[in-house]
Design a protein around this ligand. Structure first.
Ligand code: 6PG
Length: 484
């Protein structure tokens, strides 16, 4: 293949990188590849890439020389320093207008910094979320690109060709400037944590009433035919049905109950705290992973701390339906929170996010793909402004219908001593969000009592602050009024 013929280059031949390259080649694009361990280039060319429109470079120079202009270089390398290192390796070999694309799970703040830096060198930068794991990368991921707007026309055809499709539309579109794409990917991962936690709580409750993994697998198979139709529910039914070849037991019963996390869910919660947005379900999902990880402490505590001895004696079939409704209602709250977060971020970082478009990007290819996202896409379609998904008629009616089940399931969990932090915090969010008055009046009084932080009054215009000399001995000096 003569030089300068590759439509795009990709650096990083781990599983995701290789599968994206093969997907691009399958869609008629010529791809140049490079890898820090150069021998991987030869292995790839001699095996998976054999006979395809894929060429390889044995040095950055050779790799860059194989690219059409404007050169497009996609990095599929570990988030963090490796991305900065490859940017530095590439800059001397690229020219004005060339495009560097980071397709890893980078922190959006890093992408904001890198975008400004690369643009200062006369090049363009894209930070894109790529969701769907190795299967998605190979057969159609969800792609969420952001960064230098002028770069989008040069990668749009490639990304939209390889992306998953939903109703014929690509699950890929331009998200917004600088870190917007990685922010949306981060939020996707946060919502993914929430979905996974809620599913695990449903599994935990059904186990607590005596159901076996294969029996619960059948329940999830049924649930996957209705409102909960989604990739995560589908794989859960497969996981619960799978037997361990070594022991013959359900494999889920022999897997250690200590969860890992690479950090994108944590980043979501940190950003939510910075922006003052209650993403309580994602936060509980992150902390549930942390609690699961202190296994030895939990084993010791299980011998010391006693809980209820209650045994479930209700109608199992009815309980299963209640759990399904509770899972659905909690999921609605989690997505409502996630979209609230993106809206706050858009305000903070001056992004013009298209929420219906984001729902479209998530309808296929990504880990949270589901029929439910079609409903969210519709909810944003055509509406001027959705204040909160909970107030959209479709979701308002769904949560109203689920209320009884939701509250019965939580009280049953309390009676059985089964921890369901996701279900509980979702209901607390729902009850809090629909409350005209919350107990923060007392909280303001407490703050004013010990810190003279002042408070507003219900019978005076907003913005007027008052202080009470609660003890009769304090002075009239008040603390500066500010909210982080
Ligand atoms: C995706 C996934 C992926 C994620 C892994 C591990 O969208 O394809 O979200 O990006 O990094 O699933 O995530 P955790 O280790 O944080 O669970």
């Amino acid at each position: 293949m003569s030089n300068g013929q590759a439509d795009i280059g990709l650096i990083g031949l781990a599983v995701m990188g290789q599968n994206l390259v093969l997907n691009m080649a399958d869609h008629g694009f010529t791809v140049a590849v490079f890898n820090r361990t150069v021998s991987k280039v030869d292995d790839f060319l001699a095996n998976e890439a054999k006979g395809k429109s894929i060429v390889g470079g044995h040095s950055i120079e050779e790799f860059v020389s194989q690219l059409k202009q404007p050169r497009r270089v996609m990095l599929m390398v570990k988030a963090g320093k490796p991305v900065d290192e490859f940017i530095e390796h590439l800059l001397p070999h690229l020219g004005a207008g060339d495009i560097i694309i980071d397709g890893g799970n980078s922190n959006f703040q890093d992408t904001i910094r890198r975008c400004a830096y690369v643009e200062s060198k006369g090049l363009q930068y894209i930070g894109t979320g790529v969701s769907g794991g190795e299967e998605g990368a190979r057969n159609g991921p969800s792609i969420m690109p952001g960064g230098s707007p002028a770069a989008w026309p040069h990668v749009k055809d490639i990304f939209q060709a390889i992306a998953a499709k939903a109703d014929g539309e690509p699950c890929c579109d331009w998200v917004g400037e600088n870190g917007a794409g990685h922010y949306v990917k981060m939020t996707h991962n946060g919502i993914e944590y929430g979905d996974m936690q809620l599913i695990c709580e449903a599994y935990s409750l059904l186990s607590a009433v005596g159901m076996t993994a294969p029996e619960i697998a059948e329940v999830f198979t049924e649930w996957n035919k209705g409102e909960l139709d989604s990739y995560l529910v589908q794989i859960t039914s497969e996981i619960l049905a799978k037997l361990d070849p070594e022991t013959g037991k359900p494999i889920v019963d022999v897997i250690q109950d200590t969860a890992g996390q690479k950090g994108t869910g944590k980043w979501t919660v940190i950003s939510a705290c910075d922006l003052g947005v209650p993403v309580t379900i994602i936060a509980e999902a992150v902390f549930a992973r942390c609690l699961s990880a202190i296994k030895s402490e939990r084993v010791d505590a299980s011998k010391l701390l006693k809980g209820p001895k209650a045994v479930f004696r209700g109608d199992r079939k009815k309980f299963i339906e209640d759990v399904r409704q509770a899972l659905y209602a909690s999921k609605i709250c989690s997505y409502a929170q996630g979209f609230q977060l993106m809206r706050a971020a858009a305000g903070e970082y001056k992004w013009n996010l298209n929420y219906g478009g984001i729902a479209q990007m998530w309808r296929g290819g990504c880990i949270i793909r589901s029929q439910f996202l079609g409903r969210i896409h519709d909810a944003f379609g055509g509406r001027k402004k959705v204040v909160n998904l909970l107030t959209v008629p479709f979701f308002r009616s769904a949560t109203r219908k689920a209320q009884g089940s939701w509250r019965r399931v939580i009280s049953q969990a309390v009676k059985l001593g089964v921890p369901v932090p996701g279900f509980m915090t979702a209901l607390a969010y729902y009850d809090g969000y629909r409350s005209e008055r919350l107990p923060a009046n007392l909280l303001q009084a407490q703050r004013d009592y010990f810190g003279a932080h002042t408070y507003e009054r219900t019978d005076k215009p907003a913005g007027q602050f008052f202080h009470t000399n609660w003890t009769g001995s304090g002075g009239s000096i008040t603390a500066g009024t500010y909210t982080v």
